[in-house]
Design a protein. Structure first.
Lengths: 241, 241, 241, 241
């Protein structure tokens, strides 16, 4: 693709308004920090949040989005079903989707996975170590074999998602758990990457390696020039018999 | 499992009432033929159809079902959302699901896959050859490397489903297409098998090899004694630090 | 299968002779402990070791073996190439193979994987926690969601093996690493399970959960009644054209 | 990567010398036609053949090769073991490998797969249709959903290879068989693509779509900037306990 990848950074954006602790870390919202990193990587970047009309995800915005990143947590249920359906449909048509942290319970992600997204969690600010288990994957390009995040929320297995098409990262937590932290799936014409880190009270999205993973994931998830697949009724056989 | 596997054979059962051509092939409905084969394999078998209250799929019936087989076609939309949700939920809790032929567009299957289920199709009664591509799989146990069905509807790629966790059969069609005809997925605690053959106007479900695949699939999809997985909040770490 | 599964438990058996520390834990060799557990599960079990003629793995023994378990460490290079080839060939023909711990560098395993089998390791007796990541798998049937081993050698990622066809266990180590500890692969007509725990100086193979995993793996890896696949030259087409 | 991908096109090159029928189709050898197509795509391309010293695959040549394409058939056994080992090792270190047609029985491919590579075949010049089953894959970028090759050798399932990490193409043959024709595997730090078409007596490698698949595969298989993975002994834990 010769023109820059177009990214929309979606954020629920509620914690930042209601929790002083979160506002201190992300005074302009998490989306601002993520978008700045993506902008710096050369992508055409915009943001959208829950409180905008249609959550900022109009048909027009989605049609102009190559890759959507999604962060949500306390207000998953306030996302309208019609918008969640629209996002999922657009992914099936080819838009990339990067699901961040607590987005594992978001409506678009659960529609696309078909599972509950359930997991274990604990919030005591423990250390997380993300280990590369697929060093050939474009998403780990240019990174070290390990990312250490000093303070994070713990997510532990079992993570109720379909077995990833490619498993890129597995996390170690100080308290004794492991987690499949970087998971790739293809769905329809679209690519989906789930990336675990990013609790709202820690400065995770300021960390350069975390930003690099998201940047690489955007490149990986951007649509390729798809074959024009045809579906449904084919009255004539291709072969005579 | 010492006690017999309990199977519920679900059939939309509309074609058999409205199309003389179908009634001639399946005078008591497709479910009767499938259920008889499964009964003969030693499973505890019952049937359920669209027109029964709650489509025959009450909470109680599902709770007593280890594996559900599903055939539907012209009335997918008449399946109530609440029942489709109930079936999908029960699969995620461990019930096996065998989706037959046009069931690829059924509500429970699409909820569990997260994709459109789209494909190509043609109805001229051509020959289908199903080739084993994973000879180690329990589902092909005791079968030949190929199943030939003299007259079938064609389904052609691209089939818009997630890449199967295991691909067991690929079909060849006389008219020039191929299709991933036997696909396995794990979702939640449940196992799902999609098996392509079974157009309503052909005696496909009388064919012994087709019956044997479904029998094997039921055994494969029956729940194992699952570990008791715990989810959600874990206030205390397992390790001190 | 109506007759019992026939298992051959192979052990290098050198540490037990040369290291007092190991002899104290496994006075009759590791193979004796593993074989006793498998015998107790109802399998027809025999043992074989490096020092026997043909390492105890004659054509006849292998022909009568449904599943082979393999433990080796310091003497991988003393396994004759011809015997390693024979074992690998027999796996491709349908024999199951359970590779234990340091068997990740054994000749049969590397021949079947095609990769280096490299990994990180550390031997300070730290705690290992094996977490189930695929609760539907027959190998975890009847087990808890976690196995804790108080003292083990550490193996850390990256583990240079092909992405497993099914990933069953991921390990957490006290020192900060993770590892894909329970991995399934199909190769040819055979099934392979790699199971990480089992350092020679710890009583790991006495632990009931570890034994249960190996028992379940034997059942999973035992050959099914395979379709008789035909290969090579087919002069006549199946279809006329 | 800012500098062009460096490709080495390897060809056994025996048929072209000994079979008039092949020489007529490929007067300068198949490698000349493949190399010209890759050169035209902007890659830095060289060729190498069996009869050159070290088969043209010296340490130096391999060290300067990002992606190697391999065609061989009647002289697999004349490839020296040391060279086959060298190629396989270089793939594990990160070089991409594109295995063409009868290369499914080549020494480097079999070493990397660990299986027999067996399949069915028939040589009557029948029609082949390659259908895309993963439209999101970079290897099908810019292509149609189907490639038709008017005359080809048939390869039929079962194809004895590990289940591909990604399955891209499935072939239909006029005579009744199917085949997994475009298969991707990761091994070590390297990526491998097997692409079925290319019998020596047909002008397959002149066909634009076939060339495009190989061009796309080269781009896909070219090494990424890998994380510097460390292996073996780690005496100190990362975490204190």
């Amino acid at each position: 693709m010769s023109s820059p990848i177009r990214v929309t950074v979606w954020n629920e954006g509620v914690h930042e308004k209601t929790h002083e602790e979160v506002r201190k870390v992300y005074p302009n919202g998490m989306h601002a920090v993520i978008a700045e990193a993506l902008q710096g990587a050369g992508f055409t970047t915009r943001t959208a949040t829950l409180d905008e009309p249609e959550h900022g995800l109009t048909q027009e915005v989605l049609a102009q989005t190559d890759v959507l990143t999604w962060w949500g947590h306390m207000a998953h249920n306030r996302v309208e079903d019609a918008i969640a359906d629209r996002v999922a449909k657009r992914v099936l048509e080819g838009m990339g989707l990067i699901v961040l942290h607590s987005g594992h319970m978001s409506k678009p992600f659960l529609r696309l996975m078909g599972t509950t997204g359930a997991l274990k969690w604990r919030e005591i600010g423990e250390r997380e170590r993300l280990w590369v288990v697929d060093p050939t994957h474009p998403i780990v390009q240019g990174l070290e074999e390990q990312i250490v995040i000093e303070h994070e929320e713990m997510y532990g297995e079992h993570f109720d998602v379909p077995a990833p098409d490619q498993l890129v990262y597995v996390s170690w937590f100080q308290g004794g758990e492991v987690f499949r932290s970087g998971c790739c799936w293809n769905r329809g014409m679209g690519k989906i990457f789930y990336f675990r880190p990013g609790h709202e009270t820690y400065p995770t999205y300021y960390q350069k390696e975390v930003q690099q993973v998201i940047i690489n994931a955007v490149k990986w998830a951007a649509p390729v020039q798809l074959p024009s697949v045809t579906y449904w009724h084919k009255p004539e056989p291709l072969e005579k018999f």
